[in-house]
Unconditional design. Structure first.
Length: 279
């Protein structure tokens, strides 16, 4: 029996060495199951992090009977926008294509992501599979699958790249330059134009038909400001998307309210959301 903290399987979803995902399964899992599944995207400013960073996130939901998939993707500066989004889009299609061997129900798929990974997860969930976000070299068996999830959970996510570029965090300009391939004599000075950044600003794509969104954000996040959650709320109201839930962590020790928000007392709210999706 595989321990909850260790992946049961590691699979390649594409030809690149970074296009790999880990699959965590419950103790009583069987390939013939039809379990709900979470596809998670790690953070790291689009240039760092690892699928293994999510092992602690997997534990609670695997114990509740979910299959949890954690995705690696190609990182900047090796690639630039929109390739990381295309990788995540491909990963979701791959997971659905493997439903019969992963013991999942492809009609009960939730995406989640932290920080820059939250941006990528939201881009796939809310981007309507627009051509810009889909790898033109996808093989037919993956192109036949949908990458649109039934819901998305964002954790301290960058949803409006232009607004994020104004944040006081010291590295925001640098990681945006890396994402879009914008060159500057000082790499920490933002060199990207507003039209460039708008290409990847998820809130611009929001509409009333989008899947449900559960947005978790630390009230005192000093990397990605909680303003991102308020912008999501306001934009959803503008377009008539009434399936947005905000979970602002404003309690407990200071570390709980920052960039890695504690689920703590709010975990029941998240799990109630997931249960509604899985019902």
């Amino acid at each position: 029996m595989t321990e909850v903290g260790s992946p049961a399987r590691t699979l390649a979803y594409g030809p690149d060495d970074e296009q790999v995902l880990d699959v965590y399964t419950p103790a009583d899992w069987s390939p013939s199951d039809r379990r709900p599944v979470i596809v998670h995207v790690h953070g790291g400013g689009w240039h760092g992090g690892s699928r293994r960073d999510a092992a602690y996130l997997a534990q609670a939901q695997v114990r509740r009977g979910w299959v949890f998939v954690s995705v690696d993707y190609r990182l900047t500066p090796g690639v630039r926008f929109p390739d990381p989004i295309r990788d995540v889009d491909r990963a979701v299609r791959f997971v659905r294509s493997q439903a019969s061997s992963l013991g999942i129900d492809p009609s009960r798929l939730v995406m989640s992501g932290h920080s820059a990974g939250g941006h990528l997860a939201a881009a796939v969930a809310l981007g309507d599979m627009r051509p810009l976000l889909v790898d033109p070299t996808l093989p037919p068996e993956l192109r036949a699958q949908s990458s649109r999830p039934d819901a998305v959970v964002t954790i301290a996510a960058i949803l409006d790249v232009t607004a994020f570029s104004d944040d006081p965090w010291w590295a925001s300009g640098w990681i945006i330059n890396l994402l879009y391939g914008c060159e500057s004599s000082d790499p920490f000075v933002l060199a990207c134009s507003v039209p460039q950044m708008r290409q990847g600003s998820v809130l611009d794509w929001l509409d009333a038909r989008d899947p449900a969104v559960y947005a978790i954000h630390g009230a005192d996040d000093d990397v990605v400001l909680v303003e991102q959650a308020w912008l999501l709320r306001d934009r959803a109201a503008e377009v008539g998307l009434d399936r947005v839930s905000l979970d602002i962590v404003d309690y407990g020790p200071a570390r709980y309210r920052r960039h890695d928000p504690d689920f703590g007392a709010n975990l029941r709210g998240l799990e109630a959301f997931l249960d509604r999706v899985a019902a």
